[in-house]
Design a protein around this ligand. Sequence first.
Ligand code: GDP
Length: 323
Amino acid sequence: MSRRLVDVPALVARAREGDPRSVARLISLVEDDSPALREVMAGLAPHTGNALVVGITGAPGVGKSTSTSALVGALRRAGHRVGVLAIDPSSPFSGGALLGDRVRMGDHALDRDVYIRSMATRGHLGGLAWATPQAIRVLDAAGFDVVLVETVGVGQSEVDVAALADTTLVLLAPGMGDGIQAAKAGILEIGDVYVVNKADREGATSLRRDLRNALAMSERPEGAWKPPILLTSATTGEGVAEVVQAIERHRAWLEESGELVRRRTRRAREEVEAIALTALRERWTGRHERSELDAQAERVASGESDPYSAADALLASYAHEDG
Ligand code: GDP
């Protein structure tokens, strides 16, 4: 496969003008772990920090996809430009926008102020933790002031959307045993906004009551955000405008309280750590046919060395290589 040269500054400039093909190309570079990524991220950095990242989480079937589509419409009506990343941690396939995106786009297909994209993350070292923040940066720099991050496919529980979001939406729905599962899955700690979807179904109000009681039991410090519990019918759009208002209120609170900076610093810390660890691992294991790690492993296995001394030797060889 011939490697096409990437004119990164031109691509970044076009993406910032809102050209959807350039945005798509940049996200593909992230998915492909392209060597051009360094330059891309350096080029994007000065234009990032404006987008509010909203994670949408909940058990399969609660209505995440339906709610995401409804939210896009409501956010547009409230004047936002909206990017959507549908993360599929179970699929190794990449290659850009999938058929599902076009279906999901629905009413938004011709709207330049909406960009929807699926991403496969299984092939990546560090999966979601590594690739998703980079794709978020692309959308942020392209001027989308709200980026919705939703997980699709199986294995969703493994994916910690909350860790990379400014605002986490936790979806529940009646008739799914969620009332009990809620506490178990630890969702009582992660939600900034709780949405009881399928409000048209029996059990929605009692689920909201149970959730309210459960949330009331957790202690919150003075001045802490009090997560609202909203009822929606994603299929009809009922209650979705109120979710947008809650997202906007939460953003205001994040800024006033200083929590926005704290959350973003924490997120950046994990990102930098993940990149650095990946680089270290590649140095030790990937570069030579028989790496220093292999050599140390053989010494430990034969009793010539012990694991601690071997680890020290490995770190020392790395420092030596650098210096
Ligand atoms: P996801 O797996 O969480 O992404 O859930 P989907 O968005 O695919 O929705 C699962 C099913 O629930 C679909 O058949 C939706 O049409 C249905 N659904 C979503 N929202 C509602 C709602 O508000 N009311 C009702 N009755 N059904 C809904």
